[in-house]
Design a protein around this ligand. Sequence first.
Ligand code: SF4
Length: 288
Amino acid sequence: MPDPIQKAISLKVDSHPRLSEFNRLVYPVVSRRAGGISLGINLNPGKTCTYNCVYCQVDRTTEVKGLEVNLKQITEELEYWIKEIKDPGGSFADQVLKDVSIAGDGEPTLCKLLPNLLIELAAIKKRLRLDGCKLVLFTNGTNLARPELQVVLPEFYKNDGQIWFKLDFWDQSSFHRINRSKIAYSKILENLNTVGKKHPVIFQSCFFSWNNEAYIPTLYDPYVDFVKQLQKSGVRIEMIQVYTLARRPAEPSAKPWPDEVMDNIHESLSSKLDLKLSIIYSQSGKPQ
Ligand code: SF4
């Protein structure tokens, strides 16, 4: 591995360098969510997103110019990192590749290449025999219902594909307050229904303290009601992952909930929802 890249890689959970400054589109991270090494694919090196979440942890203070997304480069970089991770004497000794995830610095469903990439990932997984390695698409749902994406989703799911859908809101007002998107709330719901009624989805929900608000045990009851409604309408929810902040957010008024609050949220959601839950604490390293 070239020395500058070796130095830039951080195997800490509070830092996820994308390596864009080295013209890279794939980056390894130690992921709290995956519980090990995750290879991230950055489909948005230009950091474009349709949301403007108050808690966004993408560093937009630096700009990346001239890095274009292309499939050939992504494939070559993935193969390179997979070889590094499998090397018993390499930098990732004792680490296991848990997943290949499409995340990066913006919304992946905006990228034209996404359907081709999903097919390519399924092929790489078979070719390199990445048994047990999941393929993960993170999305805020903006273009999730694109017809050309619908065509490839069955193959993606057949190869351990998962969709992690960002769901931090419970109604139009919380959507505007937290995610601050210009995309219509109804459009996001429509997309979620289109995909979620055909394929299982995992919700990824960021809960945090906003403007010094105090935590009360009923704070997320509207979220619970909303999730129940979605379940009732036929959206197939496989799991919910609730997490709080670990890196610097867009707005300083967004603060991570402390561990005891996260425990309380876990208890409250578990007692009210018939769903598998996973809780990710701030940086305490507390087990999920
Ligand atoms: S959807 Fe993700 S990348 Fe976009 S603003 Fe929200 S947290 Fe940031």
